[in-house]
Design a protein around this ligand. Structure first.
Ligand SMILES: C[S@@+](CC[C@H](N)C(=O)[O-])C[C@H]1O[C@@H](n2cnc3c(N)ncnc32)[C@H](O)[C@@H]1O
Length: 237
């Protein structure tokens, strides 16, 4: 019998958005791997489990340790990932590390989907860019710029490699309209969620929380920008 691993998307943070399938797969696992934030929506399901907590200094070693330790056992491992595991969650590396396991990837509601719904934009008319994972950042910046020039909306996962302020400055300096409407989505679905409408020009001076997605509405579908302030409700007329 091969060991099993479930790579489970747990949604953007609220327990309400953890799917039944995700609950089921977490329930079946004896071993859990994830960062603090990944575990948050599933905390009530983790008692009596063998939890391996990842952090900024150990995340690679501890994932390898788990993969090696249970490779020749009948154990079931659940790797929890905030949002959807197929968006900026190191999926390729996990698939490589857990070779030899039976692998199931369980989708989750991504912070990107939440941001798109709040900003009222179609994901298929957008480009999703992450500045979380390593790689060629300059190439990613050029790609983001090119997509915006072609009239795409932008859904940006702010990472260490490029913060939203400098990203906005880069776009404006390269000719993207500073009046474009922007929704800053911080700590989505968590009790202290914050939603702020602003413009691309004003975003240059802001420093959103690290747990944020920035939605920039494209020039081609621009709606008149109504001013700043906080959108503290999910409903608009
Ligand atoms: C490592 S990536 C994981 C993305 C995740 N797989 C997803 O689908 O949302 C972490 C980044 O996702 C975004 N993110 C994840 N959860 C979020 C939330 N609840 N609110 C706002 N942004 C979030 C932030 O940009 C954060 O820096």
């Amino acid at each position: 019998m091969k060991p099993k691993v479930f790579i489970v998307g747990v949604g953007p943070g609220s327990r309400e958005l953890l799917s039944d399938r995700a609950r089921d797969r977490i329930g079946r696992a004896q071993v859990i791997l994830g960062w603090d934030l990944d575990l948050l929506p599933a905390n009530d399901l983790l008692s009596n489990k063998d939890v391996y907590l990842q952090n900024a200094t150990n995340y690679r070693e501890i994932a390898k340790q788990v993969a090696d330790k249970f490779r020749n056992s009948a154990a079931t491992v659940a790797i929890l990932r905030i949002g959807d595991p197929c968006i900026s969650s190191g999926l390729t590396g996990l698939l490589e590390l857990f070779k030899g396991y039976q692998i199931e990837v369980v989708p989750g509601i991504s912070s990107v989907q939440m941001a798109a719904s709040l900003a009222r934009i179609n994901i298929d008319e957008s480009v999703i860019v992450t500045f979380h994972e390593s790689g060629d950042i300059e190439e990613r910046k050029r790609f983001m710029l090119e997509a915006m020039r072609r009239g795409r909306h932008l859904l940006m996962l702010a990472g260490e490699a490029l913060r939203p302020g400098p990203a906005a400055r880069f776009l404006v300096e390269h000719g993207i309209d500073e009046r474009l409407a922007v929704l800053i989505c911080e700590r989505l679905t968590l009790p202290d969620q914050s939603l702020t409408w602003t413009t691309l020009g004003q975003l240059c001076e802001k420093e959103p929380h690290w747990l944020s997605v920035i939605a920039v509405q494209s020039a081609s579908t621009v709606r008149p920008f109504q001013g700043g302030g906080h959108a503290d409700t999910l409903f608009t007329s």
